[in-house]
Design a protein around this ligand. Structure first.
Ligand SMILES: Cc1cc2nc3c(=O)[nH]c(=O)nc-3n(C[C@H](O)[C@H](O)[C@H](O)COP(=O)(O)OP(=O)(O)OC[C@H]3O[C@@H](n4cnc5c(N)ncnc54)[C@H](O)[C@@H]3O)c2cc1C
Length: 274
């Protein structure tokens, strides 16, 4: 199908983009278009206006800041994945990005766009949540920082307001002696995961984030849980969903298997970097 007609703006500054969004309540930001364009083509979304932010300079930067990494709104997944700074400062971002779609989609899709899109089957929202990162947004009321814990409201729903632009995402760095791991099961490499898990271990703290388990990215605390009990302890805090891709029982089994794996590998990582 073809998209329904829409107006198109390509502002040169964030302020102009905010102004365009403020003037049309049914407008959408266009970043990489890898989620939005298919939705337009299938007419699952029919915004009156697209505000294409690709002409705004300076939004594609990936920088090290306060011991973490800041990823600009136009940094493509591929650029973030290729960044040695990201791999060094917060390796979980690189580990997870390697599982995001295929190279052609990573060349165009943005990490920040994925975070705003708030798909619970996507890798980067759960990584941001697990690490306790944040999103900087700008709108008519000025700039604000949204902690990941306040970002995900429901399926494909983030707390970024319709007239706000996400400017960058901040991923805290890996503390000395901490470890991370990421694993997912998909039918084919590059497909959305049937279930994915990311682990962060830091001293006695063990936290695991899950994608494709419920309708929002979900993080559980497994500190103090014995190795053999990890899967069941995680499931006690989760309610795996059933859909056309997997039954709830199959997802529960994937949670059991992946939880043990990622926690073990995060411990191994931590031992290796001590
Ligand atoms: C075949 C296919 C397979 C894929 N597989 C995966 C996968 O395995 N894992 C995965 O995580 N993703 C996957 N994706 C999605 C891909 O990662 C997208 O790039 C990403 O979800 C959205 O980023 P984008 O820059 O393309 O955003 P767009 O498509 O441009 O926008 C998506 C949504 O976010 C909003 N938005 C985007 N940027 C901003 C901003 N800066 N400020 C405010 N709102 C904004 C848009 O208005 C829109 O609502 C896949 C996509 C395709 C087509």
């Amino acid at each position: 199908m073809k998209p329904a007609p829409f107006a198109y703006r390509r502002p040169g500054t964030i302020a102009e983009a905010v102004e365009a969004l403020a003037g049309e309540p049914n407008a959408k930001v266009l970043a990489g278009g890898q989620s939005l364009v298919p939705l337009l083509s299938m007419r699952l979304a029919a915004p009156a206006m697209l505000v294409d932010i690709n002409g705004i300079p300076g939004l594609d930067e990936v920088t090290v800041e306060d011991g973490g990494v800041r990823v600009g709104a136009l940094a493509r997944h591929a650029a973030v994945l290729a960044s040695p700074d990201v791999r060094r400062v917060q390796p979980l971002v690189s580990l997870a990005l390697a599982n995001v779609a295929h190279a052609t989609i990573r060349n165009r899709g943005t990490t920040v766009g994925s975070i705003v899109h708030a798909d619970a089957a996507a890798e980067m929202p759960v990584v941001l949540s697990l690490l306790g990162g944040s999103l900087d947004v700008e709108g008519p009321r000025g700039r604000r920082t949204i902690p990941a814990s306040e970002l995900y409201l429901g399926p494909l729903e983030s707390s970024v307001a319709h007239d706000e632009i996400a400017v960058s995402a901040y991923f805290p760095g890996l503390a000395a002696g901490a470890g991370v791991a990421f694993e997912e099961i998909a039918r084919r490499h590059g497909d959305y995961a049937l279930v994915g898990a990311a682990a962060l271990v830091d001293g006695d703290t063990v936290r695991v984030g899950y994608l494709s388990v419920s309708d929002v990215p979900t993080v559980v605390d497994l500190s103090g849980v014995a190795d053999d009990d990890l899967g069941e302890a995680a499931l006690a805090q989760l309610d795996p969903a059933e859909d056309i891709h997997a039954t709830a029982a199959y997802r529960a089994q994937l949670v059991r298997v992946l939880t043990g794996r990622v926690v073990r590998s995060a411990h191994t990582f931590a031992e290796g970097v001590r």
